[in-house]
Design a protein around this ligand. Structure first.
Ligand SMILES: C[S@@+](CC[C@H](N)C(=O)[O-])C[C@H]1O[C@@H](n2cnc3c(N)ncnc32)[C@H](O)[C@@H]1O
Length: 253
């Protein structure tokens, strides 16, 4: 760490902004964003303007300075690390000037978020950094509310999994948990539908695409899905067979 970075006096807010409906920002998140001198918003290489920035611009009052940080859509940790480090230096540069900065993240900052990696690197490279993380409503909470899908009752257990190409862990989760939440569905949508059909669980699942966005879609009959694009920004909520045996309808029935 360079000597001048030992005197970082600013503060970073890691702000969860919820899944897309600007009204789902918490008061604390809104406060931190309105206070911040600069708001860092992540975006993918193919995104024109950051999705997170578009959401907060609808509710944050006053003129703000935004800085969009690009992160490539790759799983190559070495490549990503370079981008996280670069972003970390950019943020630390502002904090060093005594500024308050915010880094926004969709949903909750500590659920499958770039913020987690960025924070680790920031703490490693600038150990005296002052950070406050502000929780957000995760996509799966919003999806459950929109679909009227009860996530957990009584002694039920829930698993949250990212969908991988090999669908690793999903079958086991369906056996061991009452509710299974599948995130990062993306291009693996048809594979997931195939598996759920095979297990006789397609009727017990609901897909919520772009929860809280203007083009939100809620699909209960997931076996009928043909549109490949629906996997993008989607979660699938599934109730396991254990519930079926109790004769309870998971979808608000
Ligand atoms: C990188 S993870 C970020 C999760 C986020 N931190 C959260 O707490 O919701 C991205 C995944 O979150 C889910 N997601 C994010 N926003 C969503 C939305 N508005 N509707 C449905 N799923 C969403 C999708 O599964 C997507 O692939």
């Amino acid at each position: 760490m360079r000597d001048d970075y030992k005197k970082i006096t600013g503060r970073l807010y890691g702000v969860g902004i919820g899944p897309g409906d600007p009204k789902l920002l918490t008061l604390k998140a809104k406060d931190a964003l309105e206070k911040a001198d600069i708001i860092f918003a992540p975006k993918g290489t193919d995104e024109g303007i950051s999705v997170a920035r578009r959401i907060i611009e609808q509710v944050i009052e006053g003129k703000k300075t935004y800085s969009e940080l690009t992160f490539p859509m790759t799983k190559d940790k070495a490549v990503l690390k370079k981008y996280w480090k670069k972003a970390g230096r950019r943020i630390a540069g502002e904090l060093k000037k005594g500024k308050e900065a915010a880094f926004v993240t969709l949903g909750d900052p500590f659920i499958y978020s770039t913020y987690i990696y960025l924070l680790k690197i920031l703490k490693q490279d600038f150990p005296n950094i002052d950070v406050e993380t502000i929780p957000g409503i995760s996509a799966f909470n919003a999806a459950a509310s929109r679909a009227g899908f009860s996530l957990l009752e009584g002694k039920e257990k829930m698993a949250v999994l990212p969908v991988s190409e090999t669908l690793e862990g999903i079958e086991e989760a369906l056996k061991d948990f009452d509710t299974v939440v599948l995130m990062k569905v993306g291009t693996k949508l048809q594979k997931v539908i195939h598996l759920l059909k095979q297990k006789g669980l397609a009727q017990n699942a609901v897909l919520v695409s772009r929860a809280g966005h203007p083009n939100e879609k809620i699909i209960r009959n997931i076996a009928s899905i043909k549109d490949k694009e629906l996997g993008y920004l989607s979660v699938i909520l599934v109730k396991s067979p254990r519930l079926q045996t109790r004769g309870v309808s998971p979808q608000g029935g």
